[in-house]
Design a protein around this ligand. Structure first.
Ligand code: PLP
Length: 495
């Protein structure tokens, strides 16, 4: 860690990144490479000694070998999955945290980092209009983890241990968890890790008719049936902004459906939680006052570069009872703990060591302000509405599920996609296959990159707008690519 050399090398890296952003629009969004393309070009073992000017040499390899093989997530033409929004503040916040390289597992291990996390999670909760009960200032509290998967695991383990303390550990096999068939797969993974039997994970079916939102009535029926069978309802994972279509589960009604039954309600708002910075989207979390925990990924739509997931809980004691470790007194500062206000974030997560994520989020909030974040969300939603309008204007296409936030799900209509007799019947299987080919053709152009989902048996293309560099012209061009490729795919299907 030589300061002068760091300055010199740091400039090289910053210039490299700035040049990349200047040219990012020129790269095909998705690389056309075959498996093994990179390993073939790299030596089989690490160099025994550094090369002359190794950083410059490595940066040349990043430019010539690595960049041609990456999917450019920050490309303004990347519309796949959900975005991982980036910003100068997010990237530089990461750099600052990496430079300081501290490990704030307890308050004593880095008092300022811990306190900044307390402050910044409260700031973010206020910005998102979360219920006061989830804030430190309201008796709850938040922490910054890497991903939503970790947040779900922490929440479910807290709920499990609280319940088992009540009913006895031997009944772990009776615990039942609930979600919808649209819930992210990470929830079932977390449930498995937490020891919930596979047969006790209820994925409640949803339908196109209800916009793929979880039905409170169906949830209630499932919970009551489990109780009647002697099982123990434990946990509901409700989603605000599901992965396939950004559907919103009705939090208030779902909480009411399990009220008094001892079910921990967690909200996975990985993507759409960010939209709640705008008062006009606050309705998406109406009823959140009764939830036990809530998580969202500021790295998805709030300009905080990878990685950053905020998890809030109403009763931190449940989390620390499950994840806390107290035989490590050496890590703690007993004097600081005496006033009862000290948080040791190692007891809020699976691992001991942790990153100083609060610094990045704090920088993002200071550099953009809540109004700045609202502007980002609104611009993306406006562009998505414009994309949706263009889709609706072309009679070959339809928007089978309502647009939510900045995600448009669309497809070629079965009647346009199918051929011959099948066309007359509007054959769904044929339509799915044609739409799959359409997505492949669009992505192969390198001029736009979208993803897909299958909902209610229907294959849809997903256009998720959320990148910092995306402008209206990119959205218009993406639609032109879709139209052009649709014409080719349909013509090929008919020959
Ligand atoms: N939940 C939802 C609704 C998501 O869309 C995703 C990923 O896109 C996740 C959870 C998983 O997020 P992570 O990668 O942060 O674990």
């Amino acid at each position: 860690l030589d300061a002068d050399e760091f300055r010199r090398q740091g400039r090289l890296v910053v210039d490299f990144i700035a040049d990349y952003y200047e040219r990012i629009d020129e790269y095909p969004v998705r690389p056309a490479v075959a498996p093994g393309f990179l390993s073939r070009q790299l030596p089989e073992a690490a160099p025994a000694r550094p090369e002359p000017d190794p950083l410059a040499a490595a940066l040349r390899d990043v430019r010539d070998l690595i960049l041609p093989g990456v999917t450019h997530w920050q490309s303004p033409r990347h519309f796949a999955h959900f975005a991982a929004t980036a910003s100068n503040a997010g990237a530089l916040g990461e750099a600052l945290a990496a430079g300081l390289n501290i490990n704030p597992f307890t308050w004593a291990a880095s008092p300022a980092a811990t306190e900044l996390e307390v402050v910044v999670t409260d700031w973010l909760a206020k910005a998102l209009h979360l219920p006061e009960s989830l804030l430190f200032s309201g008796g709850g509290g938040g922490t910054l983890l890497g991903t939503s998967c970790e947040a779900m695991l922490c929440a479910i383990v807290a709920a499990r241990d609280r319940k088992l303390a009540e009913i006895g550990e031997e009944r772990i096999g009776d615990l039942v968890v609930y979600c919808s068939d649209q819930t992210h797969f990470s929830f079932l993974k977390a449930a498995r890790i937490a020891g919930i039997r596979r047969g006790n994970c209820r994925e409640i079916p949803t339908s196109m008719k209800t916009g793929f939102a979880l039905s409170p009535k169906a949830l209630h029926a499932a919970v009551v049936a489990d109780e009647a069978a002697g099982r123990v309802p434990l946990f509901l994972c409700a989603t605000v902004g599901t992965t396939p279509t950004a559907a919103v589960d009705p939090l208030g009604e779902l909480c009411a459906a399990v009220s008094g039954l001892g079910v921990w309600v967690h909200v996975d708002a990985a993507y759409a939680g960010a939209a709640c910075v705008c008062p006009e989207f606050r309705h998406a979390i109406a009823g959140a006052e009764a939830v036990d925990s809530f998580s969202t990924n500021p790295h998805k739509w709030l300009l905080a570069n990878m990685d950053c997931c905020a998890l809030w809980v109403r009763r931190p004691a449940a989390l620390t009872a499950a994840l806390g470790t107290d035989h490590d007194v050496i890590l703690k500062d007993p004097a600081a703990h005496q006033d009862g206000r000290v948080v040791d974030f190692k007891d809020w997560q699976v691992a001991l060591s942790r990153r100083f994520r609060a610094l990045k989020l704090w920088l993002v909030l200071r550099c953009h302000g809540v109004e700045g974040l609202r502007g980002v969300v609104r611009a993306h939603v406006r562009m998505a509405a414009a994309f949706e309008a263009m889709v609706r204007d072309d009679a070959r296409f339809e928007v089978p599920v309502p647009r939510q936030f900045a995600l448009v799900c669309f497809r070629l209509r079965p009647a346009a996609a199918a051929v011959g007799e099948k066309r007359a019947r509007g054959d769904e299987v044929e339509a799915n296959e044609i739409n799959r080919r359409l997505l492949e053709a669009v992505n192969a152009t390198g001029r736009a990159y979208m993803s897909s989902a299958v909902v209610g048996g229907v294959y849809v293309l997903r256009c998720a707008i959320g990148n910092s560099l995306t402008e209206e012209r990119h959205v218009r061009e993406a639609w032109a690519v879709v139209q052009e490729q649709a014409t080719v795919v349909l013509a090929t299907a008919r020959t």
